[in-house]
Design a protein around this ligand. Structure first.
Ligand code: NAP
Length: 314
């Protein structure tokens, strides 16, 4: 097992390959999920040294946190795992609304603590921005919860650069989580440079572009009915075949290193200064464990540049 890394300016140390756990109990995202498979995924990932687990209230909803809570409650030592969760979805009106009001976040943290069966959350993110709460006030509440020991680090997710700057007015933001992968590189324009400058650790979501950059889909692949990815841009018929052509080029780089595609892709993200840890999603334990192979890949500087150029126009 490789050395642990420090997540930005937090006091959290983790193996750089974590686990994106939205398929653990995320019944509202994926059809036919088996909860035993989800529990086993978390257990086996932790046994293999994966110690950063990313979940959220809305995965399920609630069920992902509950299943992870069941697993960590059985651990001898709570401090062996770093749990990140998120809140902002307010279902109280019967429809889904985002809510960043301080009192809502305070209650959301308490509710997550119960579901996770723990007395602290290592990293708590505001999952999505709402329209009206000033972001410094929202982050201010998380700073109070940090001082009270209920959370150890503060994250925000899906904020614009303006919202991130407002939230970080007093330097309170430790981690930013946003969509970023070789096919979606908008964060390079402003968020990634700001994170680097402010020592905010950037955690990319969809690192494998929902499975496409794992290299196993070909031009004929069809997602199952009901899979949320059917509505996402990468999988639309005018875009998808072009992406697969790029992926085939990248496979040639992976072949030179003697590894499968996902580990080259994940290693490329880890070569960036603002990125400390990744949360590739997995549905089964063997996928999560295989992603640890990334830690054996040391990309040459010229290959980091080559991959950068290869995907620049996408
Ligand atoms: P992802 O990591 O880009 O892709 C995950 C998919 O890649 C898996 O479902 C699996 O696809 C495939 N995969 C993973 N490891 C593989 C391997 N070794 N070999 C082959 N295929 C492999 O996308 P994601 O899971 O949607 O996102 C990652 C995490 O980010 C989530 O779990 C969640 O925690 C977080 N997230 C956060 C937000 C936010 O708003 N903050 C939004 C989305 C996601 P198959 O299903 O085909 O097996």
């Amino acid at each position: 097992m490789s050395d642990k890394v420090k997540i930005g300016k937090t006091d959290l140390f983790v193996t750089p390959i974590g686990l994106g756990a939205n398929a653990v109990g995320g019944h509202n995202l994926y059809p036919n999920l088996n909860e035993d498979t989800g529990r086993d995924l978390v257990k086996e990932a932790m046994a293999a040294g994966i110690d950063f687990i990313d979940t959220a209230f809305i995965y399920g909803p609630k069920r992902s946190e509950e299943l992870i809570g069941e697993v960590i409650a059985k651990q001898k030592n709570r401090s062996q795992v770093v749990i990140a969760t998120k809140g902002a979805h307010d279902l109280s009106s019967g429809e889904v609304k985002f809510n960043n009001r301080p009192e809502f976040l305070k209650q959301a943290v308490d509710d997550s603590l119960k579901r996770l069966q723990t007395d602290y959350i290592d990293l708590y993110y505001i999952h999505f921005p709402d329209e009206d709460t000033p972001k410094d006030e929202a982050v201010g509440m998380l700073q109070e919860l940090k001082s009270a020991g209920k959370i150890k680090a503060i994250g925000v997710s899906n904020f614009t650069i303006e919202q991130l700057k407002q939230g970080n007015k007093y330097g309170g933001v430790d981690v930013f989580q946003g969509q970023y992968n070789l096919l979606s590189r908008e964060a390079e324009q402003d968020i990634l440079p700001y994170c680097e400058e402010q020592e905010i650790s950037f955690v990319p979501y969809f690192p494998l572009a929902m499975g496409i950059l794992a290299g196993k889909y070909d031009k004929d692949f069809k997602l199952p009915e009901g899979d949320f990815r059917n509505a996402r841009p990468y999988f639309q018929p005018d875009v998808y075949p072009k992406i697969i052509d790029k992926v085939d080029q990248l496979k040639e780089v992976a072949n030179r290193y003697g590894v499968d595609l996902p580990y080259i892709v994940l290693a490329w993200y880890l070569s960036q200064p603002a990125i400390d840890v990744l949360i590739p999603g997995a549905k089964r334990a063997e996928q999560a464990l295989r992603n640890l192979k990334t830690l054996e890949v040391s990309l040459a500087e010229e290959d980091i540049q080559l991959i950068d150029t290869m995907f620049k126009s996408e």
